[in-house]
Ligand binder design. Structure first.
Ligand code: FPP
Length: 238
């Protein structure tokens, strides 16, 4: 029998969970889990580029993650800086377009500048769109978009009766990209944790028990095969 044709998702979103538990299981500090998690980010970006996937969005830091110990938050900030500096140079060579979504106000000036520089360096690239969700929350995203529309209403530019899903969506993060059609979550939890709440409305979920630092290309392939076998009906009867 011939192999089934694999249909790649256009946009993969990933909740990279389990770094801390991975480290704990090995008797290591949590930072080691994040460090190894960064290696998995590299290999996932590489694999998605090779497969010509249009977009990859990674949940790297939620609006709730500030509640972690200062040392852990500090280490994650260090990894973000590495991502925006040395990694961005490599991503640029590989035609990857890097973008950060989320509220940057709480980041240091140095990190904010590095984010802008990395985005500007890679903005004309035509390969994989890599979006890093940092200090991101789905509810915050929708609230911000609502405020934009309210301001337009207040100025008399927009009639509330004319607000459509498309008009609201245009103000949300990633509105220029196809909606994520595959959501992968590692680490065994089965929830969306305030990730791309609006954008994931019709995504197929692929939930695995493995911790993020154990994620590899074979797991990505399995997720894509599973996606490819799903019958996507979008509420309709086929
Ligand atoms: C969730 O695992 C992971 C995070 C909060 C951080 C993710 C960061 C990385 C993978 C490395 C840096 C990435 C980039 C893009 C620069 P957890 O710590 O909540 O694990 P636990 O549930 O086992 O405690």
């Amino acid at each position: 029998m011939s192999n089934p044709i694999i249909i790649n998702p256009k946009h993969i979103a990933i909740i990279m969970d389990g770094n801390g538990r991975w480290a704990k299981a090995k008797g290591l500090p949590r930072a080691f889990g994040h460090k190894k998690g960064m290696d998995c980010v590299r290999l996932t970006v590489e694999a998605c580029s090779e497969k010509n996937i249009e977009a990859l969005t990674l949940f790297a830091f939620s609006t709730e993650n500030w509640n972690r110990p200062e040392e852990e938050v500090g280490y994650l900030m260090k990894l973000f800086l590495i991502m925006m500096k040395s990694e961005a140079q490599k991503l640029n060579k590989n035609n990857v377009k890097l973008r950060v979504i989320g509220d940057r106000n709480r980041f240091s000036d140095k990190l904010k500048k590095a984010m802008l520089d990395a985005e500007s360096l890679t903005k004309n690239n035509t390969g994989l769109s890599l979006n890093i969700a940092a200090n991101y929350g789905g509810r915050m995203d929708i609230t911000k978009a609502t405020k934009v529309l309210c301001r337009r209403v207040a100025k008399g530019e927009l009639n509330p009766e004319n607000i459509t899903e498309e008009i609201l969506q245009a103000e949300l993060a990633l509105s220029d990209l196809p909606e994520p059609d595959l959501l992968i979550r590692t680490g065994g939890e089965k929830r969306v944790s305030n990730f791309l709440l609006w954008q994931l409305a019709y995504a197929e979920y692929y939930l695995i028990d493995s911790y993020w630092p154990d994620f590899d290309k074979q797991m990505l392939d399995k997720a894509i095969i599973s996606f490819s076998l799903r019958q996507r009906r979008f509420g309709k009867i086929l």
